[in-house]
Design a protein around this ligand. Structure first.
Ligand SMILES: Cc1ncc(COP(=O)(O)O)c(C=O)c1O
Length: 489
């Protein structure tokens, strides 16, 4: 079997419609726009925990977008709330547009009558404010503060993507005291690719580093399998590293940013004692503690926010992804006394606090506050851990780690194939699915050989059992095929 590589054009036999979409995109967009995946699934439509291909095959979504659709895809109640917050009339969908094709759109002969509008919340409010923004900010702060560890978080700075919100959090901290110009970040973390978010991502050995950023260790080897979380973690080396940096740079250290667990870095979930050490260090030296929850927020860890799961009280949390369940919106929620160091316009942009994002946040908060989705997530955790651990029997999976409903399965070498190639083959096999064509949508591997499992939190127990069974089936069949190929060669 020849594993797909980054350089193979992606197409699958029998997928004419999907292949045509793939080809158009391959011709007119650079590959840089998306991370590599051997499946490049074309999502024709989606509902709940399922996606359908244009050919009509159904796949379980084990990604939730990329940890975005925590409440599932197109949830009816969420959508109704969202539309209501925006003031969209129910008649909107029912009405037939007079001209539905872009060929006959205004400008090509249609006379503008000036009456083709309805009255609702504006979709853009730059340099103005809206009541829906006030409602969203009030509700978000109230919710964040209602959880243990949230009491410092009293002010909101909106943004449109996670990396922008990370950047704004760091700007605020750096403005607080310009003589404190250095940032601590956890090594192999992921906070985004742009600006300061990129600067605090990765490690000192990556090229083009920002010299204001110093990296500190994050437990990885010690927590490389969920079973190892029972063993106490020796924090000495981590403490010594922090003390060493304080001795070297002292009051130049302004803030520390970390993720609750290393997501993009390969799904490493530390014991709470590690975060508590970071928090104590920050408090002792008046260093601001930023927890990047862009990935973890809104239930991923089985708690509304990960700061509760880890028993810490950050000065800032960065929120994104699941915050809008699919509508692009992000936010820094944190200490207003620090954010007030920024002057008019220093954190503004076109999309921040736009009403669409605010309506999405309100609808998402409504759902989390009115349902038992968090308890449900916690009940799914052992089921997933057991199902994923069973994959080790195939020898293609070496390690399983995670919490709530976010897991990483680390693949093993098999014959001639490296663990990274095995990971790619699993994603491909899951995409192709069983004999009936039912499959599982996985993201391309992260950190080389780790496959993330992060289905929507609303997956039912039956769907969880069925999809884990399907995953076991495709991975076992792949293992047999790979071993057969190794013997034959
Ligand atoms: C923890 C974390 N922070 C920040 C980001 C960046 O978010 P965005 O891609 O929306 O800029 C991500 C994205 O995966 C993330 O996982």
């Amino acid at each position: 079997m020849i594993p797909h590589t980054e350089f193979s054009p992606i197409e699958f036999s029998g997928e004419q419609r999907s292949n045509s979409v793939r080809l158009t995109i391959a011709r007119q967009e650079p590959v840089a726009l998306r991370t590599f995946t051997p499946s490049q699934m074309v999502l024709a439509r989606s509902s709940g925990v399922f996606h359908w291909t244009p050919e009509g095959r159904r796949l379980y979504d084990y990604s939730s977008g990329v940890l975005v659709a925590n409440l599932g895809h197109n949830p009816v109640r969420w959508m109704q709330r969202f539309a209501r917050y925006m003031g969209w009339p129910p008649s909107l969908q029912a009405a037939t547009p007079p001209e539905s094709s872009h060929e006959s759109a205004p400008g090509k002969g249609t006379k503008l009558a000036g009456d083709e509008f309805f009255s609702a919340v504006t979709m853009t409010a730059y340099n103005a404010i809206t009541p829906i923004e006030a409602e969203a900010v009030k509700r978000l702060v109230k919710n964040v503060q209602s959880w243990p560890g949230g009491k410092r978080l009293d002010t909101v700075m909106w943004a449109a993507s996670g990396s922008e919100a990370v950047q704004k959090a760091l700007w605020a901290c750096l403005h607080r005291d310009t003589s404190r110009d250095m940032i601590l970040a956890t090594r192999h973390g992921f906070h985004g690719k742009k600006g300061l978010a990129g600067a605090v991502t990765g490690s000192e050995s990556d090229h083009d580093r920002d010299m204001r950023v110093k990296f500190i260790g994050f437990p990885m080897d010690e927590v490389d399998d969920a079973s190892r979380l029972q063993q106490p973690l020796d924090l000495t080396a981590y403490r010594n590293e922090l003390d060493g940096l304080w001795n070297q740079f002292g009051r130049r250290l302004n803030c520390l940013i970390t993720e609750p667990y290393l997501g993009g870095g390969g799904s490493y979930h530390p014991p709470a004692a590690y975060h508590q050490l970071l928090e104590a260090f920050c408090r002792e030296h008046l260093i601001l503690f930023i927890l990047d929850e862009v990935q973890a927020n809104f239930g991923r860890t089985g708690r509304m926010f990960a700061f509760e799961a880890y028993g810490i009280e950050p000065d800032f949390v960065v929120l994104g992804k699941g915050l809008g369940n699919g509508v692009p919106v992000s936010a820094v929620v944190g200490r207003g006394d620090v954010m007030s160091a920024l002057k008019y316009g220093e954190a503004s942009d076109t999309w921040s606090a736009n009403p669409l994002g605010c309506a999405a946040v309100l609808a998402t908060l409504d759902e989390f506050e009115a349902t038992d989705v968090l308890e449900h997530t916690r009940q799914l955790t052992p089921l997933f851990l057991a199902g994923l651990n069973r994959l080790k029997e195939t020898s293609l999976v070496a390690k399983v780690r995670g919490e709530g409903l976010v897991f990483g399965i680390e693949c093993a070498d098999c014959g001639e194939l490296t663990s990274q190639q095995v990971a790619i083959e699993i994603v491909r096999a899951a995409y192709l699915g069983n004999d009936e064509g039912e499959g599982i949508h996985l993201l391309g591997p992260l950190a080389g050989n780790v496959i993330r499992i992060s289905p929507p939190l609303v997956m039912t127990f039956d769907q969880a059992r069925a999809s884990l069974g399907l995953l076991a089936e495709v991975v076992s069949q792949l293992a047999e095929r790979l071993r057969g190929a190794a013997v034959a060669s």
